[in-house]
Design a binder for this molecule. Structure first.
Ligand code: NAD
Length: 247
């Protein structure tokens, strides 16, 4: 259903982003993955091409907290493919420090990437989507955008803002046939979770009713559905994909 579409996936070099890039490629989408560094971007693109030489995939590494850099990258993509149909705002960092240790610099850093990055990438693609008659924007929120988090307050704050952008842009852009949705993952088995101490993560996993952590592909499947025409009347939704876990 998505054959021939063009997608950008931010934070596409590993974890949920890489699984989403792979899922889109398997479904005939041309994908541009964004990462933070040339080495990791090149490595992700080469490994995908090794998996399947016919995948149409390329990588760029604009600073997504800088609107001008993002606009130049999107211009390059539209210059190459002539269209942009799907944007997955997935790049993100998390935080665990207490408010007592939280620095202003770290708070700015998380908001710059997790919130301003979503704003910048969305702002850069919407003129093209509007001109071509529509498109889909998908954001990576988190279960912490529903429950908050008992440490690292910048992270849940950023994800509440992602939900705000999702719902507001859905209302603003519906008339331009641009749908905007978010997926709110629970605990997903990626580097972001692997860095947590076992005594922090194990009780959370034990409390997940479905009996396991999520895999990156669980989130990629949700993005695939939301990007497809099967979701044509779904916009402004925050879809929990969390095994009914709570944090
Ligand atoms: P990850 O750490 O494996 O991947 C993060 C991605 O973001 C990487 O591709 C990385 O290159 C990119 N990134 C990091 N800093 C960047 C920067 N400064 N500029 C550009 N890109 C940068 O993490 P993940 O678990 O795959 O997380 C992906 C998204 O899912 C994030 O938005 C995260 O908040 C969200 N999420 C993850 C979980 C989880 O349990 N893993 C749960 C809820 C939400």
């Amino acid at each position: 259903m998505l054959e021939g579409k063009v997608a950008v996936v931010t934070g596409g070099t590993r974890g949920i982003g890489l699984a989403t890039v792979r899922k889109f490629l398997q479904n005939g989408v041309k994908v541009v993955l964004f990462g933070s560094r040339a080495e990791t971007v090149d490595k992700a693109v080469s490994s995908l091409k090794e998996e399947n030489a016919s995948y149409e995939v390329m990588g760029l590494y604009p600073d997504i907290s800088n609107l001008k850099a993002v606009e130049e990258a999107i211009q390059e993509i539209v210059g190459k493919y002539g269209q942009i149909d799907i944007l997955v705002n997935n790049a993100g960092i998390s935080a665990r420090e207490s408010i007592y240790e939280y620095t202003e610099e770290n708070f700015d850093k998380i908001i710059d990437l997790n919130v301003k990055g979503v704003f910048n990438c969305s702002k850069a693609v919407v003129p093209y989507m509007k001109k071509q008659g529509g498109g889909v924007i998908l954001n990576t929120s988190s279960m912490v955008s529903i429950y908050g988090q008992a440490a690292g307050c910048g992270y849940p704050t950023s994800k509440f803002a992602v939900n705000g952008l999702t719902k507001s842009l859905a209302r603003e852009l519906g008339k331009d046939h641009i749908r905007v949705n978010a997926v709110a993952p629970g605990v997903i088995h990626t580097d972001m979770v692997d860095v947590l101490p076992k005594e922090v993560i194990q009780p959370i996993i034990d409390s997940i009713p479905i009996g396991r952590m999520g895999e990156p592909e669980d989130i990629a499947n949700a993005f695939l559905f939301l990007a497809s025409s099967q979701a044509s009347f779904i916009t402004g939704a925050i879809l929990s994909v969390d095994g009914a876990g709570m944090c």
